[in-house]
Design a protein around this ligand. Sequence first.
Ligand code: CP
Length: 305
Amino acid sequence: FRHLLGLEGMTPDQIEPLLDLAESYALLNRSRKVPRDVLRGRTLINLFFEDSTRTRTSFELAGKRLGADVINMSVAQSSVNKGETLLDTAATLNAMRTDLLVVRHAQSGAPALLARKVEASVVNAGDGLHEHPTQALLDALTIRRHLGTLGGLTVAICGDVAHSRVARSNIHLLTTMGSSVRLVGPPTLVPSGLGELGVDIHHRMEDGLKDADVVMMLRLQRERMSSGLVPSAREYFRFFGLDRRRLELARKNALVMHPGPMNRGVEIESSIADSDQSVIQEQVEMGVAVRMAVLDRLTRSRHTA
Ligand code: CP
């Protein structure tokens, strides 16, 4: 594949080998034996129009570990602030012979727009409410490592699904791989229209968590809500926070996941985030491995096309 813009429409035959490659990079990362020549001579630019800790850092690490020259473009100090458009910015980076462009943008579809205008391979690092494909891939790798499969599972995605590109990418991947997805949250954050994605919808945690294999918590994306609709943290936790009592409704040893950033005490009790059932730090670790696999595959595709 030339770009990675989303997981919608990807098949198990495309997803599994990518996860296999990521798994091999996870092992190489742990043994510190990553081959440094995979991306030698290639240039990767991180172009983030929205804040990020995990995604931007892990793409930078992934690129550097594989030998690429990596540039983090600081949008806050770029000519975007002087009125340069997204497409003119892309044309400028294109003229510099960039090989890989990793883009995060508040507008859904912005990476796809850029992909039509540049010669570089474009990776969607999160676009508006649309998709965050590498997050869902790293979530899938983490699940597969613990449960041995991505098929036949029940995954409860809980919280602010309405504003979550992470949830959308996970829904596409998990349903494609044969798992059942439940969306759990208040009707304002889990509207019934999401049922069109082939998922079950629950408005009570007690119903949505029952016998789940995986419990994936999402933060309230206050920055995407109009001020009158933001629930209070205390009230939200009371009805939709993950605590020990609610987690016990899921299967014994169900995985607790969170893409981060977490708001402890709002969507998840702090002790649950740090418990033996939590794989949140492993998700971060797999993020580097998945991004290495994606950069590797995209670069090889460019040179065999
Ligand atoms: N999960 C995720 O995308 O985190 P960042 O916003 O820190 O990149």
